[in-house]
Design a protein around this ligand. Structure first.
Ligand SMILES: [Zn+2]
Ligand SMILES: [Zn+2]
Length: 262
């Protein structure tokens, strides 16, 4: 926590400094609280009496004030503010950032992670995952608590909106058969067998269909799930792709082309 992230509130003659810790609020040692706040306001002194009992709050040399002898973590910024003011307090409105006077609420609103909406579009989903991942990383760097998403108990389904390529089962079957149960990329045997006893391998398009690659045997390889993901996502996927094309003689290096409708 840097100095510019400190918040203060100064009701009457009291003066307190602190900062949010997740949804809690820490008031720093040396801060002062009003001994008798505004009498018109409703006050809950239980919290404050406990702090006096435990020695966290002591009488200041100024008879109007109580002083914090150590840092104290309150359940919320409002509870903290209520003790300092000795009255009702909205912490998010009352705590102001020292550097610019901005209320805590506004500062927290700025730093809140914007969650992305669910989608049935696989490509769009990937983009959204990337954005949220970045936001979570940034939040963690700032020392913010990472909110856990609620998710959906019953995720909805959509039909008819997804664009899918029409794949040729003959090509898939031929490539799988030709691989003889071993990954054509790493050479390892298929990681497991399916119900029908057939080895489990996936079929990858060396030039993706989305980049105009053909659905033909000279553009497809049988590979294990690990290598398949590598071909799609590894930082060195372009080098891996070239190596595969060089090594497997049936493959051609198809250029990026236009995607046509089926
Ligand atoms: Zn493999
Ligand atoms: Zn693939």
């Amino acid at each position: 926590m840097t100095d510019e992230d400190l918040f203060e509130m100064c009701p009457q003659t009291a003066q307190a400094t602190g900062y949010p810790v997740g949804s809690s609020f820490l008031v720093m040692r040396g801060s002062t609280a009003m001994r008798d706040g505004s009498p018109k306001e409703k006050r809950n002194r239980q919290e404050r009496d406990r702090l006096i009992m435990s020695g966290v709050l002591v009488q200041d040399h100024d008879p109007d004030l109580l002083r914090f002898t150590k840092d104290h973590l309150f359940g919320s910024s409002s509870t903290a503010g209520g003790v300092i003011k000795d009255g009702n307090c909205s912490g998010p409105q009352s705590w102001k950032r020292q550097s610019d006077g901005k209320p805590l609420k506004a500062v927290l609103d700025e730093s809140v992670i914007v969650f992305e909406k669910p989608t049935s579009d696989a490509d769009e989903l990937r983009n959204r995952v990337v954005r949220v991942s970045k936001a979570l990383h940034d939040a963690e760097t700032k020392g913010l608590k990472l909110p856990e998403p609620a998710g959906k108990v019953n995720p909805g389904r959509e039909s008819g909106t997804t664009f899918r390529f029409v794949r040729d089962p003959n090509v898939i079957a031929w490539v799988l058969h030709t691989s003889q149960g071993s990954c054509e990329v790493c050479g390892e045997e298929a990681p497991f067998r399916k119900d029908d006893g057939a080895p489990y391998l996936e079929v990858h398009h060396v030039r993706p269909l989305g980049e105009g690659g053909p659905d033909t045997t000279d553009n497809t390889v049988a590979c294990c799930p690990n290598c398949h993901r590598k071909l799609h996502y590894a930082s060195d996927r372009m080098a891996l792709r070239s190596a595969v094309i060089r090594r497997i003689s049936r493959l051609a290096d198809h250029p990026v082309g236009k995607v046509t409708e089926a």
